[in-house]
Design a protein around this ligand. Structure first.
Ligand SMILES: NC(=O)c1ccc[n+]([C@@H]2O[C@H](COP(=O)([O-])OP(=O)(O)OC[C@H]3O[C@@H](n4cnc5c(N)ncnc54)[C@H](OP(=O)(O)O)[C@@H]3O)[C@@H](O)[C@H]2O)c1
Length: 299
């Protein structure tokens, strides 16, 4: 049986949908079973035969983390340690989600930038990234049977994300300014959820760290333009509404937390190990917008 932790979050929501679709038996919890309270976890797990834990929970407010340092570490480090201890005690295999923000984003190869592989040197530049890396380290200290999946730029139906923010701004404004000098790979939660379930369905023992994002590389400005063009075509934005999207530099859009400039992750390891094909981000964006259209969600 599977214990899905964080089922009310953006990723957790789609993982749960897929678990249901595939007819897999699972238990799910979110904040009501606080991962930073080991006793609460034991109480929930008592009498349950758990083989896998999928941890989609976390403290995910990147800017707020700069002031809520203790809270970020309480969840992303201490909470994850509890999950690892619980898993070790009960011989549970753990799938844990981490982030591209464990890297500093300054990786450059011969004359250009290169994607980060799983064993490249980590060096987080904000509190959120530091707390997530601390969580990874707890898992590595305590467990052998773990999968840590680092992902990036997630969007899904549930919760706040860049696509929703853009769709809202395209309705409210005539001019939207978006940074053009941060590079990465947008990732649809459904695609990541599928990769997570593949690990379980394979009953894999190829433990370790993996990177997963959608294929392709872009920047926030290009991503915003793609959202606008597709949303317009699908009728998610009024025909008469014209919005100018203007590229700006990171220094013109100050945020509390610094972000990596280039945080593209190499997916070679996960593709090879689990024999999966990963969709390109534009393709997945299209599917996502159509889903919003069909399910009429939140905008
Ligand atoms: N979003 C991204 O772009 C992104 C990028 C890279 C990696 N990730 C990682 O991917 C994972 C999923 O991200 P997401 O965007 O789906 O996150 P999310 O929407 O914020 O969901 C996280 C869930 O965990 C819950 N939670 C918080 N503290 C908890 C606790 N102490 N005990 C139990 N549950 C708790 C949250 O509840 P509340 O909402 O009530 O706090 C929320 O329902 C996270 O590990 C995140 O670090 C995300």
């Amino acid at each position: 049986m599977i214990w899905l932790i964080g089922n009310k979050g953006m990723l957790g929501n789609d993982v749960e949908k897929l678990l249901k679709e595939r007819g897999l038996t699972y238990w799910a919890s979110d904040k009501e079973v606080d991962i930073s309270d080991y006793k609460a976890m034991e109480k929930f797990g008592k009498d349950k035969k758990i083989k896998w834990i999928i941890n989609c929970s976390g403290y995910t407010k990147v800017d707020k983390a700069e002031e809520e340092v203790d809270e970020a570490f309480r969840i992303n480090k201490d909470g994850v340690r509890n999950i690892a201890l619980f898993s070790a005690k009960r011989q549970i295999k753990l799938i844990h989600i981490s982030t591209d923000y464990v890297f500093d984003g300054s990786q450059e190869g011969g004359g250009g930038v290169v994607a980060y592989s799983e064993d490249d040197k980590t060096n987080p530049i904000n509190i959120y990234g530091k707390s997530k890396l601390a969580g990874e380290e707890e898992i590595k200290k305590i467990l052998e049977e773990y999968f840590i999946i680092r992902t990036a730029w997630l969007y899904g139906l549930q919760g706040n994300n860049f696509v929703y923010t853009m769709l809202r701004l395209f309705k409210e404004r005539d001019l939207v300014k978006v940074v053009e000098d941060q590079w990465g790979s947008p990732t649809y939660t459904v695609d990541l959820a599928r990769a997570i379930l593949k690990i379980i369905e394979d009953d894999s023992v190829s433990y370790g760290i993996y990177h997963f994002t959608n294929e392709g590389v872009t920047n926030w400005y290009e991503f915003a333009k793609a959202i606008y063009n597709r949303a317009k075509r699908l009728g998610l934005i009024d025909d008469n509404k014209k919005v100018e999207i203007q590229p700006i530099k990171t220094e013109d859009y100050p945020t509390a937390a610094r972000r990596p400039r280039y945080s593209v992750l190499s997916k070679e390891k996960i593709k090879k190990e689990f024999n999966i094909e990963i969709p390109y981000w534009r393709e997945s964006l299209e599917k996502y917008l159509k889903r919003i259209l069909d399910e009429g969600y939140r905008i």
